[in-house]
Design a protein around this ligand. Structure first.
Ligand code: UDP
Length: 241
């Protein structure tokens, strides 16, 4: 099967690991198995995991908490998720996996260094990026764009749950929403299409980073997207769009 990309950064939301409970055994195992299969077929895979299955900063008010502390709780949630994914990957017999964190927890994470990350990717490691950007007021979409640029990923693969890509209107509420197979970064920013937050979209545009928005719900969809055998939306600065 033809592989479209050599090095990818996969962004998955926390909910990809569990929705009804923090970790749903079959969901997290399914994600881990697909990532391992890609690594074993010589695709260099880095992953940014969100934290929404555990906590999001916009819940701060529920604890009458300052939203900065709330954001740090969100970033800590992403570290928990990366450690959970690391554990499952190792339990499936794949040992070459590393968890970087923008917020250091020395005992269990590796401090982030883009040069080391590139070396480990070349060496076949699955690289898990956690801790978001390490700053409040950002999201893991932004950290995904930043890390994708820093590791020189061929594309950022934005996994969605239950939508096959980008539409002109919200397909969940508009039955006549039109699927958009190709988009420019400019269109993404100008039309405020809800793919990622504006900070992330602007950074991706400035860096000319290709983004592929796809539905990860479906058998082996993460593998299929790398093999270019799944309908999805491609966002690039290409004039052909
Ligand atoms: N967060 C943050 N800075 C970052 C990344 C994340 O403050 O650089 C916090 C923010 O509160 C966010 C939470 O961590 O709500 C979890 O991340 P996100 O919502 O992006 O996770 P996802 O929705 O992808 O599961």
């Amino acid at each position: 099967m033809s592989q479209k990309y050599k090095r990818v950064l996969l962004k998955i939301s926390g909910e990809a690991l569990g929705s009804t409970q923090i970790y749903d055994q079959s969901s997290i195992t399914n994600v881990a198995k697909q990532i391992i299969e890609l690594a074993q077929s010589n695709i260099q895979v880095a992953v940014v995991v969100g934290g929404g299955n555990i906590w999001r900063g916009n819940l701060s008010h529920t604890l009458k908490m300052d939203n900065i502390s709330g954001d740090y709780m969100g970033m800590m949630a992403t570290i928990m998720n990366a450690l959970a994914l690391e554990a499952i990957i190792k339990s499936l017999g794949f040992e070459k996996v590393v968890v970087y964190s923008s917020l250091e927890i020395k005992t269990v994470t590796t401090p982030y260094n883009y040069r080391n990350a590139r070396v480990l990717l070349e060496d076949g490691y699955i690289v898990l990026f956690s801790g978001g950007t390490g700053f409040s007021y950002f999201t893991t979409d932004t950290s995904a764009v930043i890390r994708a640029i820093e590791i020189k990923a061929d594309a950022l693969l934005m996994a969605k749950n239950g939508v096959k890509g980008v539409y002109d209107l919200d397909p969940k509420t508009n039955s006549n929403a039109k699927f958009l197979p190709k988009l420019t970064h400019k269109m993404l920013v100008e039309k405020k299409l809800r793919v990622m937050d504006l900070t992330a979209a602007t950074l991706a545009s400035d860096a000319n980073l290709d983004i592929v928005v796809f539905d990860m719900n479906g058998e082996n969809n993460i593998i299929k997207i790398v093999n270019d055998s799944l309908d999805a939306t491609i966002i690039s600065n290409s004039e052909d769009n």
